[in-house]
Design a protein around this ligand. Sequence first.
Ligand SMILES: *Cc1c(COP(=O)(O)O)cnc(C)c1O
Length: 239
Amino acid sequence: MGEPDAALRDELKSRLDDVFRRIREACERAGRDPEDVQLVAVSKTHPVEMIRAAADAGCRVFGENYAQELRDKSRELGDAASIEWHFVGSIQRNKVKYLVGTAALLHAVDSEKVLMEVEKRAARQELDQQVLVEVNLASEVSKAGIDEEGLNALLMKFGSTPHVRCVGLMTMPPFWDDPERVRPYFRRLRALRDELGGKGYPNVELIHLSMGMTGDFEAAVEEGATIVRVGTAIFGPRG
Ligand SMILES: *Cc1c(COP(=O)(O)O)cnc(C)c1O
């Protein structure tokens, strides 16, 4: 692995420091411990050189949302940068093979079909795959994620997936300019976690709430996010 360009690293470091500071401040407002919020730097469409520079500047977890792009980047970077990959995109069944064993966490399992494919691939590799279930809280505007009505049934399915563990919930609220308009979705996801967390589904432990992006991660942290997925604020606009 070559030395990252110093100017690029400095720029990414200052953007990352800014994001970390904003997370800390949101935690302070909410009386939370910043240690309980993990930053996933969403590097989709950006070259591996930027990932190297961000890793060098103190970032450890990177998120991708195209399966082949994740595969190619993880191959290219290897283990050298001690990077942990998350897959944050919608999961197509025929792409699961690129994800299992490469991504430490799949954020967006949203159907039994995909879950069973993840189980099959994880069993074959003899590993435990951690996933989140993506919940669609705004079904009129978005198709990704499972509706609230289907959530209970999907969580029950983890009883037959010994190689897949659900460790929380994820949501992608509709895009508003105003973070205050997405806050109710964050609140709702947290309420769902609190409501379903005690139900004792096998292989399910609802620890994490993956919510909040560049435009709204502070509101998400205030509402209980344990994972925020931030791209643009770290890497700049996507081309
Ligand atoms: C692209 C993407 C993000 C990051 O979006 P930004 O607005 O650039 O922070 C977060 N989550 C998912 C699922 C994404 O696809």
